[in-house]
Design a protein around this ligand. Structure first.
Ligand code: ADE
Length: 223
């Protein structure tokens, strides 16, 4: 999989993408991530990527020709172009899974008051929001999307099981986990987990997952 990220703040990605699972996935050649400075495609000597809105109003608007030129350079017929914006559909595990199956994704990070509407109309396949709040730009949302997506690429996370059982993968939160000691200050680990009875443990975990989903995230158990 190849991921191209278009941003005016390329340095923001250095820390998060240099560490962790994403770097491991890159080292294993399971994903190739490239961060592009949008100013490369600016047309004037000041490297302008934004301009004042027609009709007036506060803030600046991302210019359509910058995005056009960037996509001309990077896009193929297999590319999915994703715009990070609070107007997009809310990012969920299911969207992460779908994206993780694609060959090539371009993520566009916006700033200012927004994008020239023609960017949406002519270049974007999908708009994603990471939640109902407004951030200063699309960079952190892009990192969130990449992290959630890359760890679902086969081979990135060590054991297949750890993906299958985790929260949200079956619209359930994860069951409670414990490790040694079995008794800490009198706080005991549930007896069943020490029983060695794998069928009983499986059943208990399923019940716990259902119980806590109902309690903490009743919206998930609705059809
Ligand atoms: N840009 C600013 N806020 C955002 C959000 N919540 N999701 C995606 N992109 C954004």
């Amino acid at each position: 999989m190849k991921i191209d990220i278009l941003t005016i703040f390329p340095e923001m990605f250095e820390g998060p993408f240099r560490e962790s699972m994403i770097k491991r996935a890159e080292n294993k050649k399971l994903v190739k991530i490239k961060i592009h400075d949008l100013r490369v495609w600016a047309e004037d000597k000041h490297k302008t990527v934004d301009d004042k809105p027609f009709g007036g109003g506060p803030g600046m608007v991302m210019k359509v020709e910058v995005i056009d030129k960037a996509l001309k350079a990077l896009k193929t017929d297999k590319t999915r172009v994703v715009l990070l914006t609070p107007q997009g559909k809310t990012f969920k595990q299911k969207i992460a899974k779908k994206l993780s199956e694609l060959k090539h994704i371009i993520l566009i990070c916006g700033h200012y008051e927004g994008f020239d509407e023609r960017i949406r109309e002519h270049f974007v396949d999908e708009e994603i929001s990471i939640g109902d709040y407004v951030l200063t730009g699309g960079e952190i949302p892009a990192m969130v999307v990449v992290d959630a997506m890359v760890r679902l690429i086969p081979g990135v996370v060590g054991k297949k099981e750890s993906l299958k059982e985790e929260s949200f993968s079956q619209d359930l939160l994860e069951y409670p986990q414990y490790t040694r000691p079995a008794d800490y200050k009198g706080w005991k680990v549930p007896e069943v987990l020490l029983s060695g009875d794998h069928e009983k443990i499986k059943k208990w975990r399923k019940e716990q997952a259902e119980k806590r989903t109902k309690l903490k995230r009743p919206d998930l158990s609705k059809p």
